[in-house]
Write a protein that binds this ligand. Structure first.
Ligand code: IMP
Ligand code: MG
Length: 181
């Protein structure tokens, strides 16, 4: 338990656990033998996971191109609105590329389904998905991720890039805010 800005945070996945899992995921991704891989980090929540995972991909022998797309489905609330929109788009040509989308959490699946469909519409040869956390109990679409860091219990988690009302992204671990403000 850590007390951060007067909130109690229970550590769910610590830094060492996350680092080990990233190396394992990168090993799995490398085994699929992707040529000309275009990695697209779905911002903002995935920025730390993506930064660590691409360095694990390097260790696993891959040299991906790295892009960023900012999608929004939440506003400032903690409930998905179901309305996904592109806040800031990628710059690269997607047609004919093997795309790996990286996101922090797969929950309803609306965000990543939107991103996957967008890349397929733009002519990607393949689109695979890597997520750090999978909240399987909350799925509202039939999307699955090829690469999953951890199954996540149905709590609102923060840290390692993920926020609640724009706070706690900087934490080097994934945790659960255990008390109300
Ligand atoms: P989905 O569209 O319902 O799958 O929601 C996925 C997105 O919601 C993720 O990319 C996160 O940004 C956000 N999200 C879902 N659950 C959490 C959480 O527990 N903490 C922080 N962000 C979350
Ligand atoms: Mg997100």
């Amino acid at each position: 338990m850590a007390l951060i800005r007067n909130r109690n945070i229970n550590v769910l996945f610590d830094a060492e656990t996350l680092a080990e899992r990233n190396d394992a995921l990168a090993g799995q991704i490398a085994q699929h033998g992707h040529e000309d891989l275009l990695v697209i980090a779905v911002l903002k929540g995935s920025f730390i996971f993506a930064a660590d995972l691409v360095r694990s991909l390097y260790k696993a022998g891959l040299s991906p191109e790295i892009e960023f797309i900012t999608l929004s489905s939440y506003g400032a609330d903690t409930k998905s609105s179901g309305n996904v929109r592109v806040v800031r788009d990628i710059e690269s040509e997607v047609s004919g590329r093997n795309v790996l989308l990286i996101d922090d959490i797969l929950e309803s699946g609306r965000t990543i389904s939107f991103a996957k469909n967008l890349m397929l519409e733009r002519g990607a040869s393949s689109v695979e998905i890597a997520v750090l956390l999978d909240k399987t109990g909350k799925r509202a679409t039939n999307i699955t991720a090829e690469y999953v860091g951890f199954e996540c219990p149905d709590y609102f988690v923060v840290g390692y890039g993920m926020d609640v009302a724009h706070a706690f992204r900087e934490l080097p671990f994934v945790g659960i805010v255990s008390d109300e403000e």
